[in-house]
Design a protein around this ligand. Structure first.
Ligand code: PGA
Length: 253
């Protein structure tokens, strides 16, 4: 059985008061209404990780995640946050290689390799993001392109390390656009990525790998997406900012 995961990526949204209200609501509704065994990950902005961590403490199946970490272990890197710091405040997951960071912060596959290494070294679970642009999809070859993102940033890992990774397939054309990949499109890519991992690490390792779908996941489409055999949950942006929507997504697992 693969771990089922629903992660909420808040991006750069909410003040502290707004966030505290949302997390408190979420924890209460999840406790009262949700019987699912799915792992819920909340990834708010850095300043909120400690106060929110106190609220989710003791909630089974809810853990804190960060949206990023730096690709160097420590030192004179003004404004950055290390994997070790995240681990030291109780964070369990870290999103690595989100397309917005690849685009706006110019993150390269080589830097992502370093981030993955540091996250694993400090006991964090990387949620490694991959995905193609609309132009790449239309030109064809998008399956090979996304596979190469895994090859370049992950395939240096040994089997034990790879077994600790969560992958999030996020087609860039579906992020924040309201356009979701169809379940057939998601399943095609997820199965291909699992096959790609199987070729390098063997079928047993690939079968244990959780591959999340991200890109305009909402209460209305989560059930159909999560029903795909190779979709093991979701990385949710916009809909993670509303407690009811997010809970409905968790219930869809
Ligand atoms: P979205 O974002 O759900 O708002 O499309 C997903 C993501 O970027 O992780």
């Amino acid at each position: 059985m693969r771990a089922k995961i629903v992660a909420g990526n808040w991006k750069m949204n909410k003040t502290l008061d707004e966030g505290l209200k949302l997390v408190t609501e979420l924890v209460n509704i999840l406790r009262d209404e949700v019987r699912s065994e799915a792992q819920v990950v909340l990834a708010p902005p850095f300043p909120y990780l400690i106060p929110f961590g106190r609220i989710v403490e003791g909630s089974p199946h809810v853990a804190m995640g960060a949206q990023n970490c730096y690709h160097r272990p420590s030192g004179a890197y003004t404004g950055e946050v290390s994997a070790e710091m995240l681990a030291s405040v109780g964070v369990k997951y870290v999103i690595i290689g989100h397309s917005e960071r690849r685009q706006y912060a110019g993150e390269t596959n080589e830097q992502l390799t370093e981030k993955v290494n540091l996250a694993l070294q400090h006991g964090l679970t990387p949620i490694f993001c991959c995905g193609e642009t609309l132009e790449q999809r239309q030109a064809g070859g998008y399956v090979a392109f996304v596979g190469s993102q895994l090859t370049e940033s992950l395939f240096h890992l040994d089997t034990t390390q790879l077994g600790k990774i969560v992958i999030a397939y996020e087609p860039i054309w579906a992020i924040g656009t309201g356009v979701t990949a169809s379940s057939a499109q998601a399943q095609e890519m997820h199965a291909a990525l699992r096959g790609h991992v199987a070729e390098r690490y063997g079928q047993a390792t690939a079968d244990r790998l959780s591959i999340l779908y991200g890109g305009s996941v909402g209460a209305a489409n989560a059930r159909e997406l999560f029903a795909c055999p190779d979709v093991d949950g979701g990385l949710v942006g916009g809909a993670s900012l509303k407690s009811r929507d997010f809970v409905e997504i968790v219930k869809s697992i």
